[in-house]
Write a protein that binds this ligand. Structure first.
Ligand code: LLP
Length: 434
């Protein structure tokens, strides 16, 4: 479920009219619903309530400080992948002792920072990384808690660019070598073997690959508990969300919007399938979902610059571009695009919806049908809360967009639009060019 719906003719986030937000803060602007995030978090927890659960929100999906504080208030830890993410959690007042540090290339400085902040565990992706963590922990005179990320070689049946659990992906240690890696880890003086981790990919729309991966791991995990006394099993993140008809789906139960029989994943079906496999292990279970928590809780507001009627096509040129929301350009992903003011008396328009960036791939949608809109009118990209702002950049010397959080009838600007001066603050003209 999410909290974006039309009240009268105007799209609202909770009780806030999104056009008012656009008027105040301009466009492009991301808007997040705090109530949707809270409900997603609690719903996921409820769905696996039979387990000793620790949710580590994968903040790479959206690392806005206000959202990190919201997750922290809800009791979440974080799934971290860089020193920058560690520092963001600190800045937001979040709990690093419940957080895990993942990633294939942790630097010595990042490992040190994580140890100083007493992260719950490192998710180790290779033997050389294990040696590096052991070394850094030694210099600090502490033991580093670790889990090894095991690559289960399971097909997540998702987009190739976001698959991580196949043997040809760079992630994790293959299951058949993992036993030896644990033996090696146990011998290292500054390492405390604490758990095991898997993550097979993102935007999984069915439960089956999760079940396959967990089933494949269970005997190995039980052995680790017996032989190494591990206390937790992280099953990663990856739960998919509905992108098509995302708006309508908020008005019903959004998962029921899928064509019957396709078995779109839900927290409930995920919990129902996995709880019986995980409970007998008697371990703490970590979850690292990112997209599920925030994806449908955010939209990107944009304004129409022009409607350009071409020879064979119409182009609706908007003020957001691939630098603000890169997912369509990068993964051909679908985002529903809707007008903020709905007017059923208008004619339909079929157009490519494009941004101002000088690249043909700066295209959000091809031959998309929506009501006719013109210059100055406002649109929303739905389901933009995950990997939206987080992947935004400044290509074409554009400014990073603004971010707003809504709860009920309150809303607040939580990240002001970048200024031009900020973008050049670290640059200088060298003396030899003066
Ligand atoms: N845990 C690990 C180890 C991960 O690598 C990821 C995502 C997650 C958790 C969270 O996955 P989620 O629950 O959000 O699916 N930029 C892409 C998605 C990349 C995901 C990378 N890893 C997109 O926009 O679709």
């Amino acid at each position: 479920m999410h909290h974006f719906r039309y009240s009268g003719h105007d799209l609202h986030c909770e009780s806030v009219d999104l056009a008012a937000v656009a008027r105040l803060y301009g466009t492009p602007t991301y808007v997040y619903s705090a109530t949707t995030i809270t409900e997603n978090y609690q719903r996921l927890q409820r769905s696996l309530s039979g387990l000793d659960l620790q949710v580590c929100y994968a903040m790479k999906a959206n690392g806005n400080l206000a959202l990190l504080r919201l997750f922290s208030n809800l009791g979440a830890g974080f799934d971290l992948v860089s020193g920058g993410e560690i520092r963001r959690v600190v800045a937001a007042g979040g709990n690093l002792r419940k957080s895990v540090f993942a990633g294939v290339g942790k630097s010595e400085a990042e490992i040190k920072l994580a140890l100083e902040n007493q992260v719950f565990a490192f998710h180790v992706e290779s033997e050389p990384e294990l040696a590096r963590i052991n070394h850094v922990a030694g210099t600090l005179g502490v033991k580093a808690p670790i889990a090894i990320r095991v690559n289960p070689d399971v097909d997540a049946q998702t987009h190739a660019k976001i698959t991580t659990g196949k043997s040809d992906n760079k992630f994790g240690i293959p299951l058949r070598q993992a036993g030896a890696a644990y033996e090696a880890a146990a011998k290292l003086k500054n390492i405390e073997v604490k758990g095991v981790q898997i993550h097979i990919g993102s935007q999984l729309t069915s439960v089956a690959p999760f079940v396959e991966a967990v089933k494949k791991l269970v005997p190995f995990v039980a052995d680790l508990k017996a032989n190494h006394g591990i206390s937790y099993f992280s099953i990663g993140g990856g739960m998919g969300i509905v992108y098509r008809d995302a708006l309508a789906s908020g008005e019903q139960a959004w998962w029921s919007n899928q064509p019957a029989g396709q078995g779109m994943i839900t927290p409930e079906s995920y919990g129902e399938a996995l709880t019986p496999l995980l409970a007998p292990l008697g371990l703490k279970i970590l979850l690292e979902h990112g997209r599920f928590m925030v994806g449908n809780a955010g939209v990107l507001l944009t304004r129409v610059e022009h409607l350009k009627r071409g020879a064979s096509k119409n182009f609706l040129i908007v003020d957001a571009a691939m630098n603000d929301l890169v997912r369509p350009a990068m993964y051909d992903s679908y985002h529903e695009i809707v007008p903020l003011h709905r007017d059923s008396s208008r004619r339909a328009l079929v157009a490519d919806i494009v941004g101002p960036v000088c690249e043909s791939t700066d295209c959000f949608a091809k031959d998309r049908q929506l009501q006719e809109v013109g210059e100055g009118e406002l649109l929303a990209f739905m389901s933009a809360g995950a990997y939206g702002y987080a992947m935004a950049n400044r290509y074409n010397a554009r400014l990073m967009p603004a971010e707003v959080v809504v709860r009920g009838s309150s809303f607040e600007l939580v990240n002001a639009r970048e200024t031009f001066e900020q973008t050049i603050a670290n640059e200088k003209i060298p003396a030899f060019l003066k």
